[in-house]
Write a protein that binds this ligand. Structure first.
Ligand code: ADP
Length: 441
């Protein structure tokens, strides 16, 4: 800018010098200098008008090369304009790349406003969700999808978990739908729907096979155990047959437990989302389970200590909660030495309610922990079978907790012990009816 002002001063001095000659010839300097001043003013006005027109016409023509300060102003504006054009072109190109990438995705993508209105969607959303461009723009997405489970996720402000729902236009198509948390200044949300029909069918075949095979095995095993019982009675006086028959009975019992757990797992898998409206008296249920756990082992018995908040009940299904809690408590007895101390606690906290079982047993090495709730995963397969485990207990626990949107946390240290925590959401916690609370004093 200093250079521009220097040029401007040079121009003014040159003009003044040029006006000296006519002044000398006329013997009067006033008129030439007045005309020179008016010309100088007119030139500034002309440049100013040029600039105004350039702005009014949205910078559609090139500004001319000028002199003095105007040279710097025009040059600066022209360069800024060029830079902006280049940036805009780059932005448009990358936006079009993103749009093309989104358009070529096989997954349906829908951008929604904070209130759930459709702002944009890709071609796959037409095929999978039946949306029409542009008629459905600005329409309410939950009204178009018409799925009660999805409605909660679309209304909520948090990212949802993937949900398996049939396509609203083709019931044979199975979709995995997920909604993101709000993003950007306008708090828009993105819904993604993926076609999982083939995986879903395979899963269904696997689930059906497991359920049918377990079901078919149940009756023969029951019959087998019945005859075994009769045989044991018939051979009760024959010491030679006692051991083999007892072993047969033990193995048949194991098979029966295994089939029972497999059936329980497939029932849970097919049960879908929990529709919980019955409050379950957890403290009372835990006292019963602890009594059963005490009977699992003979002397020296485990030191089982229960501390349960009597006022906290949980919405859910009693049988499956009992199954989850007893699996964890029985594990603490079966996988630790006799006499070990086990602390069981049921309490409410800021996040909801938690059930925890802490044992002072031999503990589990850290690398086993992420895999413990896999089916048939055992830290020590031989010892687990000897202790009567099927290897499915924690898989059942995990499946039950998934239905309650609850979390299973496992912490363990070798030589110190293990802690298993089930964390339930606050929405499921219920206050026990006053009649069921212990009287004060
Ligand atoms: P299992 O029927 O064998 O108990 P689970 O799925 O219930 O099967 O448990 C998986 C494995 O986790 C068990 O085989 C055992 O090795 C380990 N485990 C579970 N609970 C405990 C515990 N309290 N202490 C030590 N190991 C445990």
């Amino acid at each position: 800018m200093i250079r521009a002002w220097r040029n401007e001063i040079v121009c003014v001095l040159a003009l003044a010098a040029a006006l000296l000659l006519p002044g000398l010839l006329l013997g009067n300097f006033r008129l030439p200098f007045l005309l020179g001043f008016l010309g100088y003013l007119g030139w500034h006005l002309f440049n100013f008008l040029l600039l105004q027109t350039w702005i009014a016409r949205r910078r559609s023509f090139r500004l001319p090369v000028s002199l003095g300060v105007w040279e710097a102003v025009f040059d600066g504006l022209q360069r800024g304009q060029l830079r902006k054009r280049r940036r805009d072109r780059r932005l448009i190109a990358s936006l079009s790349d993103y749009r093309q990438a989104a358009a070529s995705l096989p997954d349906a993508l829908v951008v929604m406003s904070e209130g759930g209105r459709i702002r944009w969607f890709n071609p796959a959303a037409r095929k999978l969700l039946g949306l029409n461009w542009p008629e459905d723009l600005e329409r309410d997405l939950s009204g178009l999808l018409r799925h009660p489970v999805l409605e909660d996720d679309l209304a909520g402000g948090r990212p949802s978990r993937p949900l398996e729902v049939p396509s609203p236009i083709n019931g044979a198509l199975m979709l995995s739908v997920q909604v993101t948390a709000p993003f950007g200044n306008q708090r828009e949300r993105l819904l993604q729907a993926r076609d999982i029909t083939s995986v879903f069918r395979l899963e269904q075949v696997r689930r059906d096979f497991l359920a049918n095979a377990s079901h078919e095995l149940r009756t023969p095993i029951t019959v087998f155990r019945g005859y075994l019982e009769a045989l044991r009675e018939a051979f009760s006086g024959d010491p030679e047959w006692q051991r083999p028959l007892a072993q047969m009975d033990q193995q048949a019992q194991r098979m029966q437990d295994l089939v029972g757990d497999l059936l329980e797992l497939s029932r849970l898998e097919m049960a879908g989302r929990l529709d919980a409206d019955a409050p379950v008296p957890i403290p009372e249920m835990l006292s019963e389970i602890v009594e059963e756990a005490r009977a699992l082992r003979r002397e020296p018995r485990h030191d089982l200590r229960l501390r349960a908040d009597p006022s906290a009940w949980l919405l859910g299904e009693e049988a499956e909660l009992r199954s989850a809690f007893s699996n964890i408590i029985f594990n603490a007895v079966r996988h630790t030495r006799p006499g070990t101390r086990v602390e069981i606690e049921w309490r409410t906290d800021g996040e909801g309610a938690s059930f925890s079982v802490r044992d002072h047993g031999q503990g589990i090495a850290a690398y086993h922990l992420p895999r413990l709730s896999e089916r048939f995963y055992r830290v020590d397969a031989g010892r687990s079978r000897d202790s009567g485990g099927t290897g499915l207990g924690l898989a059942i626990v995990k499946q039950v907790l998934d239905r309650y949107s609850a979390e299973l946390k496992i912490a363990s240290e070798v030589g110190v012990g293990s802690t298993f925590i089930c964390q339930f959401p606050e929405s499921l916690v219920q206050l026990a009816p006053p009649a069921d609370l212990p009287k004060a004093g």
